[in-house]
Write a protein that binds this ligand. Structure first.
Ligand code: MN
Length: 150
């Protein structure tokens, strides 16, 4: 099973993401701010993190910096999910160590494509073509490729 952590301070957005992700078969956990997200990741590393930028306590930029500096967490795939949709913001986000970027309001098929791209890349770099399918179109999940058990 692929586990995704959603770090987002807005409860409505968290719920929306959870519903979309669970409909695609992912196991979802939630953090309400950046500090809680870091804490949860250190306890049990997810397969991917969806990270809001504007959050209390620690914002998304602070969280991604700490993840990339952390020896054990540095390779975690992280996708920014943010309403900061200006062109310069996108560049700033992608230069900050995020692997991908999704703008709000969230487009479900963009979400699905981005997850397929990143999870396929980390699980099995060979079979990238089938990631082009429709929403929730992942047929051949590389089960077990990323189960750390730790
Ligand atoms: Mn926010």
């Amino acid at each position: 099973m692929i586990r995704i952590l959603v770090a987002e301070d807005n409860a409505v957005n968290r719920e929306l993401l959870r519903e979309l992700l669970e409909a695609c078969g992912y196991i979802v956990s939630e953090a309400c701010d950046g500090q809680e997200a870091l804490h949860m990741i250190e306890q049990a590393q997810p397969d991917l993190l969806l990270l809001d930028i504007g959050m209390p306590v620690l914002d998304g930029f602070a969280v991604i910096r700490r993840i990339r500096e952390h020896p054990r967490l540095a390779a975690l795939p992280v996708v920014a999910v943010t309403a900061y949709a200006m062109r310069g913001d996108r560049e700033k986000i992608l230069n900050s160590g995020f692997d991908g970027y999704l703008s709000k309001p969230l487009n479900p098929s963009s979400l699905s494509e981005e997850l397929d791209r990143l999870l396929t890349k980390s699980a099995q770099s060979a079979n990238q073509d089938q990631a082009q399918g429709d929403q929730c179109g992942r047929k051949n999940r590389a089960a077990g490729a990323s189960d750390s058990g730790a």
